[in-house]
Design a protein around this ligand. Structure first.
Ligand code: 5GP
Length: 133
């Protein structure tokens, strides 16, 4: 069965997309640690990030770097933090989290509640910054 993220890429489940190319897809995390919390995935479905083939793995980080630049431009923050967990969704992904302090990368903390309008606004701002690159 396709992962929830493959179904997002296929458009079967909606997402707030921020960037896409032939091989990678980036979208807002539905339970964000901070405004602008973004997930970057390979379209190829592989559970564990370190099982990706070398080319897809390198390309994923390269793509995530471009997305991180766009996140930082669109969302006021000191840095964009990076995390790889994969405890919930068995489809490799990189978390990009706008940070004001190191405490912002604590996955145990309560997630932000955002309205659909706010998600859409943030996604559009990141997408605009990405498309300007
Ligand atoms: P992990 O697998 O890295 O432990 O966590 C998966 C992440 O994906 C979580 O931060 C969760 O909020 C996010 N997530 C799970 N299902 C969905 C979904 O259907 N849409 C979006 N946008 N994010 C999701």
């Amino acid at each position: 069965m396709a992962s929830i993220f493959s179904r997002i890429v296929a458009g079967e489940i909606p997402s707030w997309k921020v960037a896409e190319d032939e091989r990678y897809y980036a979208f807002l995390d539905i339970n964000p640690l901070a405004e602008g919390h973004t997930l970057v995935i390979p379209k190829k479905e592989v559970d564990y990030i370190f099982d990706l083939d070398a080319e897809t793995y390198a390309g994923l980080w390269q793509f995530a770097g471009r997305v991180a630049k766009a996140v930082r431009e669109a969302v006021p923050c000191k840095r964009v933090g990076v995390a790889v967990l994969g405890m919930e969704v068995p489809h490799a992904h990189i978390h990009l989290v706008p940070l004001q302090s190191e405490a912002d990368l604590d996955f145990r903390k309560e997630k932000k509640q955002l309205s659909p309008e706010r998600f859409a606004e943030i996604a559009a701002a990141i997408a605009a910054a990405f498309n300007k690159q």
